[in-house]
Design a protein around this ligand. Structure first.
Ligand code: NAD
Length: 707
């Protein structure tokens, strides 16, 4: 006896791969065999007709993908939500399917214009759990899920697709009878995998290997205990048989060339409403405002990219383009996310870009929660960035002081008439303090630079743009060095502050003398480093070697491997580096010049330190505080080949301070220079070469000044 199920199919009379709208179609245009496709389609039709009633829609010329009826809509009872295709190539299918549904007694519902929804390809009923699994990420918009929940009166669980080969939910996920789910986990983000695991017990999850997934094993049609699919490996067949399913394989190679198989070629018409289902979804959305040189600076692009990467989706509600080069653009964007956690994450990143939540008159105060354990913030605390931040308290925007990354904002109502906001590290929080939580009432003040602003020191923007982008090319290093030399001169003239962060490589490359020269000439106001650079600088100065290598000849010296320990011992005997200089034991080098010029330095300890030198701060918290204090008021920081200390300094430094990061490893440069601000400059080169070029350029500058 036939089951009462009904399916809609479309004969492949006009089927062919005519265009490319998914990765499967690439290289397959015009490559599907019409004869074989017709044969394969008949094979599938025959199997399905043995299990259910199959109805047909008349195919139309010029609409090759009409065969994939799954995308035409989603049927529940007598209601159908018509598919709205993302790609122009498939949009002309819509009226034909609309007519067919209307002529066959269905109530047709349509989604708002510009809201893509690709029917049962991205929406799969789970009768046991009384819910609709809905996919988004490639074709269907997340906001369509909310409409599905309301129109169908059902809970919708949103799953984000992240592998473009599995661009529709039904290519990698297949709910089966009795609560089983056949799926391919790598096609989903981790939140979606958690959603599946929370709702489907382990013994009901049939997990596909990649080999089965790429043969569209999840694109199966399940009628009763029959599962009809293109191909399944032996292990999968056994697993399905053990779960009580009969597997029918039906070769569909010609349709896979267009990215579809058994399920895509069918639309279930007999989905029945289950009692007790209720409209529900965790989807949340917020309206954000962005203002500035949005196109020019790439901020809008970045905001939309961050939203999608973070698992959300967006709709631009309003966009006013500033027409002149210097005029400001404004965008109003609705950001949606599958749940509050994802939304807050995305909003946090957009706030960092300078977005504000809602129209100015609608923005509420920042939410505050009390600290209940010393050194521990409330769960949902707002994590600060390098950008100047304001929090809204009692209807007023209050600027937080002590801007740095990875802190939290404490609001103090007692210290003065107006509330005060300060950025504090977790470890400094005290019971009773009020900490900003969530993302409400917080804004970061980003300098949204126009095309013209993206130069340095009057240099044409094009020349400097590559520095803004993070990493420089060999060819341009000299140009960059000239610009830095020019900036250093200006800072020195106005008695500004330049901080150098240096690693031992500065000495190993023989560039210690150049750094010493810069200090001696007044271009450096603070040196931050570790034990290593000081040890090697002092070894070089006392014994002429760096890690036992004779710096003048470049060859190892007999017994030289102990030289650095002898250097440490000498300083320990003197009591400190400064004492060694005063006692005449240390007569040259980077730290000698610091002592002579009164340039403060801080040496922070690490696990690999020898000695350490008496000056090295072995209490990490004290070292961090000293670094932070010495960094106050810095205008430029030269980070020279020390990943450890440079990253530490980067985290403490607010936006607006110019960072120049020099390292031989592009990954380190990118990490340090990619702060999303124009002030960061990354230079991939040998630090020795950089310092020698810098000193040479400074000399050339002073010579031309004198001339
Ligand atoms: P690090 O790994 O943090 O940084 C070294 C950086 O130098 C790397 O990013 C690397 O890519 C880069 N680099 C290597 N060769 C380069 C070149 N020719 N030009 C430009 N960049 C180059 O290591 P670190 O800062 O050297 O040391 C980490 C910690 O270990 C520090 O605290 C340091 O003081 C300590 N240390 C102690 C001793 C000692 O006490 N004897 C010796 C060495 C390091």
């Amino acid at each position: 006896m036939k089951a009462p199920d009904r399916y809609l199919m479309c004969p492949p009379e006009f089927y062919q791969v005519d265009y490319v709208i998914n990765p499967w179609m690439e290289g397959n245009v015009d490559r599907a065999s019409a004869t074989l496709a017709a044969e394969q389609w008949r094979g599938l039709h025959e199997i399905l007709a043995g299990e259910a009633t199959v109805e047909l829609i008349t195919p139309r010329p010029g609409l090759p993908d009409m065969v994939f009826t799954a995308n035409s809509g989603l049927v529940l009872g007598q209601d159908v939500i018509l598919g709205r295709f993302l790609h122009r190539e498939r949009r002309d299918e819509e009226p034909h399917f609309r007519n067919w549904f209307q002529q066959h007694g269905f109530r047709v519902h349509e989604l708002p214009k510009d809201l893509p929804f690709e029917g049962a390809g991205d929406a799969l009923f789970d009768p046991v759990r009384r819910l609709l699994w809905a996919g988004y990420g490639f074709r269907t918009e997340l906001d369509a899920h909310t409409t599905l929940a309301t129109l169908l009166g059902i809970e919708v669980v949103s799953l984000r697709l992240i592998d473009k080969r599995f661009y529709h939910l039904d290519t990698c996920f297949c709910p089966l009878e009795r609560g089983y789910v056949l799926y391919y986990p790598p096609a989903f983000d981790s939140r979606s995998n958690n959603q599946i695991e929370r709702r489907v017990p382990a013994n009901r999850r049939v997990i596909l290997e990649e080999a089965d997934a790429i043969h569209f094993a999840a694109n199966g049609v399940n009628i009763g205990d029959a599962v009809v699919l293109h191909r399944a490996g032996e292990a999968l067949k056994l697993r399905l048989a053990a779960a009580g399913f009969r597997v029918f394989e039906s070769s569909l190679t010609e349709f896979i060339k267009a990215g579809g198989a058994a399920k895509c070629l069918t639309l279930r018409l007999s989905e029945q409403r289950t009692t007790g289902a209720q409209a529900r979804t965790d989807i949340v959305s917020r309206v954000l405002n962005l203002e500035g040189h949005l196109l020019d600076s790439g901020i809008l692009d970045r905001a939309l990219e961050l939203t999608v990467q973070g698992g959300g989706s967006f709709q631009i509600l309003n966009f006013q383009l500033g027409k002149q080069r210097q005029s400001i653009s404004r965008a109003e964007i609705r950001v949606s996310a599958p749940d509050t956690e994802v939304l807050e994450n995305v909003l946090g990143q957009l706030i960092e870009l300078g977005a504000s939540t809602g129209a100015p008159q609608q923005i509420g105060d920042a939410r505050l929660e009390s600290v209940i354990i010393n050194g521990v913030a409330p769960e949902d605390f707002y994590v600060t960035t390098i950008y100047p931040t304001e929090v809204r308290i009692g209807g007023l925007w209050v600027r937080a002081t002590g801007q740095r990354m990875d802190g939290c904002i404490v609001v103090d109502f007692q210290q003065s008439v107006h509330p005060v906001a300060r950025i504090r590290l977790l470890r400094d929080l005290r019971i009773g303090e009020q900490v900003v939580v969530g993302v409400e009432g917080i804004q970061t003040l980003r300098k949204s630079e126009s095309r013209d602003d993206r130069g340095v020191g009057g240099a044409p923007a094009a020349e400097f743009a590559f520095m803004g982008a993070g990493v420089s090319s060999e060819r341009k290093i000299e140009l960059v060095v000239n610009q830095i030399a020019w900036e250093l001169e200006r800072i020195r003239e106005r008695r500004g502050k330049v901080v150098v962060v240096a690693g031992p490589v500065v000495v190993h490359t023989g560039a210690g003398e150049h750094l010493a020269a810069l200090i001696r000439a007044g271009y450096v106001q603070v040196v931050l480093a570790g034990n290593g650079v000081a040890v090697h600088d002092i070894e070089q100065s006392l014994l002429g070697t760096s890690l036992g290598v004779d710096m003048s000849r470049g060859s190892p010296v007999q017994g030289g491997h102990r030289h650095h320990l002898r250097a440490i011992n000498t300083i320990r005997r003197c009591g400190s580096i400064a004492a060694a200089v005063q006692q005449g034991a240390l007569k040259g080098g980077i730290f000698y010049e610091c002592v002579r010029a009164g340039v403060p330095f801080a040496l922070a300890a690490s696990i690999r330190d020898d000695g350490p030198l008496p000056d090295t701060l072995t209490d990490m918290i004290e070292a961090q505080r000293t670094y932070a204090r010495l960094l106050e008021g810095a205008e430029m920081i030269l980070m020279l080949s020390s990943m450890l200390h440079s990253i530490g300094v980067g985290n403490m430094t607010p936006a607006g301070v110019k960072l120049v990061c020099v390292d031989i490893n592009p990954a380190v440069v990118t990490k340090l220079a990619d702060r999303g601000s124009i002030e960061s400059v990354g230079i991939v080169t040998d630090v020795g070469l950089f310092l020698s070029l810098l000193v040479r350029q400074i000399h050339a500058q002073s010579a031309s000044n004198v001339a």
